[in-house]
Design a protein around this ligand. Structure first.
Ligand code: FAD
Length: 296
């Protein structure tokens, strides 16, 4: 099913992101995780592509298993900047063959040492990939957006102009980069609405579970930590169990606030950890029921 239709037919969606594991060629571990995530009745699960040093070709296999074996809607991420058009078309063809209707179309990060001299026809931006998919395929297309601006963008305003291009080229919905300050997201949402970006926005939420994660997050995303979050990190940084608990509670509070505000969807960056997803979804079980009941 198209995630666009899914979002239209439901008041709220709850979804998860997983990534292909680096050191598990059998994929047994990730399939166990997905089996556990299935109990939480997600509306869809997304599978990253070549992110975090993982292999690209596992994305199709995992997305296919999610859809065709577990019966959960799936969306495959696809990055374009380091791939030729032939490679991209081959991957899109494999997704089609696997009956996958949804692609999260991304540029991807530009690796420092990548040799672009042999790559003549790659797409430079996600908007180019979106245009390409929209012309050739009847698929639902998601795109990324950045409430605190993309790390390379000169300004938030310019980044939003580029986001508008992705929407004009045919993106059906957006998933945000992780953020820890909901107020920044609400301001961003108002701004993009004013620029005529009216497609559904799904909030990407990352529960912080250990202190190593935090410096990486800032380096990769450039997102800010609000003071109440910094206090938690400072207080529990040398107690992994307490930090995990506090990170889970913080994410729960963020989600509760976003839902009260009226967000259309929550996308949990699970880091392939089903136990945290279970705790967070357990914490908001009645809230989910309430939202379901009020949409009937
Ligand atoms: P774009 O939308 O192309 O934007 C990239 C930069 O270029 C921005 O600064 C933008 O302002 C600028 N720009 C855009 N268009 C133009 C233009 N016409 N002229 C000049 N500048 C322009 N990475 C992975 O490798 N694999 C994944 O699976 C993955 N999944 C992700 C999922 C989500 C929800 C998010 C938020 C990010 C994900 N990423 C993933 C990271 C993403 O690939 C990087 O953030 C990447 O640097 C930008 O990708 P994009 O699609 O947002 O790029």
């Amino acid at each position: 099913m198209s995630i666009k239709d899914l979002i239209e037919s439901k008041q709220h969606t709850f979804s998860f992101e997983v990534f292909p594991p680096k050191n598990d060629p059998s994929l047994e571990g990730i399939f166990n995780t997905i089996e556990e995530l299935k109990e939480l009745e997600p509306d869809f699960i997304s599978v990253t592509y070549g992110a975090m040093g993982t292999s690209k070709d596992k994305t199709v296999e995992i997305a296919s298993r999610i859809k065709n074996h577990y019966g959960i809607e799936s969306i495959a991420h696809l990055t374009c900047v380091t791939s030729s058009r032939t490679e991209l078309e081959s991957t899109i063809g494999e997704l089609r063959k696997a009956n996958i209707d949804n692609i999260l179309a991304l540029r991807g990060d530009i690796p420092e040492s990548f040799d672009f001299s042999n790559l003549k026809d790659n797409f430079s931006y996600a908007s180019d990939l979106i245009r390409h998919i929209r012309r050739a395929e009847n698929m639902t297309i998601g795109a990324a957006c950045y409430p605190e601006k993309h790390i390379e963008a000169i300004s938030l305003e310019q980044d939003i102009e580029h986001l508008k291009r992705k929407v004009d080229e045919g993106a059906d919905f957006l998933i945000t980069q992780l953020f820890f300050d909901n107020e920044l997201f609400y301001d961003y949402y108002d701004l993009i609405q004013k620029k005529g970006i009216n497609i559904p926005v799904i909030a990407g939420i990352l529960p912080v579970l250990n202190k190593n994660q935090t410096s990486k997050i800032v380096e990769l995303s450039g997102c800010k930590f609000p003071s109440k979050f910094t206090r938690i990190l400072n207080k529990y940084h040398d107690d992994p169990v307490a930090l995990k608990e506090a990170g889970t509670i913080y994410a729960t509070e963020q989600i509760t606030d976003l839902l009260s505000w009226g967000i259309k969807g929550i996308h949990l960056y699970t880091m392939n950890k089903s136990d945290t997803a279970k705790r967070i979804m357990g914490n908001i079980g009645h809230i989910r029921n309430n939202l379901k009941a009020s949409s009937l």
